[in-house]
Design a protein around this ligand. Structure first.
Ligand SMILES: Cc1ncc(COP(=O)(O)O)c(C=O)c1O
Length: 364
């Protein structure tokens, strides 16, 4: 067996959609971008969506629009990918890390309040692995302190919690269409926004701060080159139109893993109450002392795995910059040193999955 960690589902119809744009001539900010933005916002049930070239850029744009600057603090979970946090530093502000819950890996809302200081301006919760934070609770914490919320919804296109989708209860939600994500354009991202004026500004900021007025370009403010192309948009529209079908396959695979690992007494991240999981990732937990050996053994058996995540606070850059040490964020560190992310994608065959289950149960 040779089972890669990733195998994106790119169908002929996606390739054809890209080819059509390539044959059409003008490759950026054309009708496919508009069409995807409309399709994506209507899928999410929010007013508007703005396509960008990554989730990282989308988070950065949201922070810029909220005027986040030097001296400000933004609360983030210790367990996430670095790009949930890097944009805060790009604005000159400081991240304030908060530990996560053991069961879900989501930011621990019991600890958020204690991390709020007079300098805190907002919170960036991360809907890790495809499960949403309790948006009602975090919104009430944020509102009572006058803080913004930017959701890192990189893993959460299909997610819901208490009937709430990403983007509904926050300033904005940032999505990723990186190659590992449930829909992908290789790289890409979007901001879901409920305010038309904010969305309009995001469109200007993603294009160097430039707006078309009649047939001339006017630079209104300092922006960034954060555009995605029309062929990326076409590829995403094509995938979004079959997202439910793909999600059902992911669910089936997740459910089989959950059944097998529950029986074997192997810890994994379970589905939370009142939640629609996007089934972006499944993580199993090994003894931290044995984790790397287990991964190597799975690797020699042809099963490629990954780690989501080494806590940001233990990344060399963040350690050096903020002086973090082992033990500062015990739950994030425990999850980070014990987790193994397994292949989970619609193209995984049931034979491959049973083989993975067998090898995980044998070796963990
Ligand atoms: C939780 C999380 N946030 C943000 C990102 C950044 O996404 P992008 O690569 O689209 O910038 C990722 C990407 O892996 C992620 O996993």
């Amino acid at each position: 067996m040779n089972i890669p960690f990733l195998r994106p589902t790119i169908k002929e119809e996606d390739i054809e959609a890209v080819n059509e744009v390539l044959r059409g001539g003008w490759l950026v900010l054309q009708k496919n971008t508009d069409a995807f933005e409309q399709q994506f916002s209507s899928y999410l049930g929010c007013r508007d969506a703005v396509l960008t070239n990554s989730c990282t850029c989308a988070i950065h744009l949201a922070l810029i629009m909220l005027d986040v600057k030097e001296g400000d603090e933004v609360i983030v979970p210790a367990l996430t990918y670095v790009s949930s946090v890097n944009p805060i530093l790009h604005c000159g502000a400081s991240p304030v890390f908060v530990d996560v819950e053991d069961e879900s890996g989501l930011i621990d809302l019991d600890l958020v309040e204690a991390a709020i200081t007079p300098k805190t301006v907002g919170i960036i919760p991360v809907h890790i692995y495809g499960q949403m934070i309790d948006m009602k609770r975090i919104k009430s914490i944020a509102d009572s302190h006058g803080l913004f919320i930017i959701e890192d919804a990189a893993h959460a296109v299909e997610s819901e919690r208490d009937g709430i989708q990403p983007g509904a209860n926050s300033f904005a939600a940032a999505f990723s269409f990186h190659v590992a994500k449930n829909i992908t354009a290789g790289t890409g991202g979007a901001l879901a926004i409920n305010d038309s004026l904010v969305a309009d500004r995001a469109r200007v900021l993603r294009r160097d701060g430039v707006r078309n007025v009649g047939n001339i370009r006017i630079m209104e403010e300092l922006g960034h080159k954060y555009l995605a192309t029309d062929f990326q948009a076409a590829m995403l529209s094509s995938q979004l139109s079959r997202i439910e079908e793909q999600w059902k396959k992911r669910k089936q695979i997740y459910d089989r893993y959950a059944e097998a690992f529950s029986l074997a007494g192997i810890k994994f991240n379970p589905v939370l109450p009142n939640s629609k999981h996007a089934y972006h990732m499944i993580v199993v937990y090994a003894d931290p002392e044995k984790r790397d050996t287990v991964r190597n053994t799975l690797g020699t058996n042809g099963i490629q795995t990954s780690v989501h995540y080494n806590p940001v606070t233990l990344e060399p850059f963040y350690r050096e910059k903020f002086g973090f040490k082992k033990g500062d964020f015990p739950v994030a560190e425990h999850l980070g040193t014990s987790c193994i992310t397994l292949p989970l994608y619609p193209l995984l065959s049931s034979g491959e999955q049973e083989y993975i289950i067998e090898k995980v149960c044998e070796n963990i």
